[in-house]
Write a protein that binds this ligand. Structure first.
Ligand code: SF4
Ligand code: SF4
Length: 281
């Protein structure tokens, strides 16, 4: 029964990711737009209005403070694209019997800080009103255009090249964009998260020397100890570690939950979709 559940979870997640990719892909761009809008209004000395962009940013931040980065793990179009590209790359490598290339863990750790620099750069460029003049260089704009079936990307060649480079990175490193480059992920990772639904592990009960959960984790996270207030900002709530642990040592702060229960996942995605609909996304 447990083995069956382990097998069902990835399909449930993939189905949710596909639905969100098809119907709620604008959530990422709207929230990202909120960051740019706030910075540009501040730079222009103008009042910040409650626009759809600001609502999307505030809504997703509030959701993340309560549930951790569940949006990243299950609902973000860019995150899901990364998962699909990486899965496809691994599948091809397996078919042609080639060892997949993977970035070294120490390099990944160093590159993780790059997303904060990108966030800072976007905030500064928006503040000084320069970002809008860089039309054509944004991989996010190109992604949004392609997603809506608009292939007129001739004026967006730099953005297209950047998007293709990112897709190349997604092949060799799981959650490449999320971990190293995403400005929205940088915001989410700095947010405080209520301890109720974040993941922790009971290290005392671990098999000696085991680091299975960290090895399986796309962010190479060693989860905080049970009872600690520490939160792992780079945790995408993908739930892979929960299913990896042979001793079921990984749980939510609310002990009755492991965190990967299908019903709990459906409740969270229901709330998130409700929030997106309410925000008009
Ligand atoms: S880190 Fe960014 S791209 Fe990745 S899932 Fe989160 S919001 Fe989406
Ligand atoms: S494997 Fe676990 S710790 Fe790592 S990102 Fe996924 S849920 Fe978070």
């Amino acid at each position: 029964m447990k083995i069956q559940k382990k097998k069902i979870h990835p399909y449930v997640r993939a189905a949710i990711q596909l639905i969100c990719f098809l119907f709620f892909s604008s959530a990422f761009t709207a929230a990202f737009g909120g960051i740019k809008y706030i910075a540009s209004q501040l730079g222009a000395g103008e009042k910040i209005q409650w626009t759809a962009f600001v609502a999307a940013l505030a809504g997703l931040c509030a959701f993340t403070i309560i549930f951790g980065r569940f949006f990243c793990g299950f609902a973000c179009a860019f995150g899901s694209l990364g998962d699909a590209v990486h899965w496809l790359y691994l599948w091809i490598c397996k078919k042609i019997k080639k060892k997949p290339i993977r970035l070294r863990a120490d390099l990944c750790e160093k590159f993780s800080a790059v997303k904060y620099l990108i966030l800072l750069l976007i905030v500064v460029l928006s503040f000084f009103g320069v970002y809008t003049k860089l039309r054509g260089a944004s991989p996010w704009d190109v992604f949004s255009m392609l997603h809506t079936g608009n292939f007129q990307v001739i004026e967006y060649i730099p953005g297209l090249l950047l998007l293709l480079s990112i897709i190349g990175g997604m092949c060799v490193q799981e959650r490449f964009f999320c971990r190293f480059l995403c400005p929205l992920g940088a915001v989410f990772s700095m947010l405080p998260v209520l301890p109720l639904f974040t993941l922790r592990r009971n290290r005392e009960d671990c098999i000696k020397g085991c680091a299975g959960c960290t090895r399986k984790c796309p962010s190479d996270i060693g989860l905080p100890e049970d009872g600690s207030w520490e939160t792992a900002g780079d945790c995408f709530q993908c739930q892979k570690c929960i299913r990896t642990c042979p001793k079921e040592n990984i749980r939510c702060g609310w002990k009755v939950l492991r965190g990967d229960e299908i019903i709990f996942t459906l409740v969270r995605i229901g709330l998130l979709i409700g929030l997106c609909l309410w925000m008009g996304l």
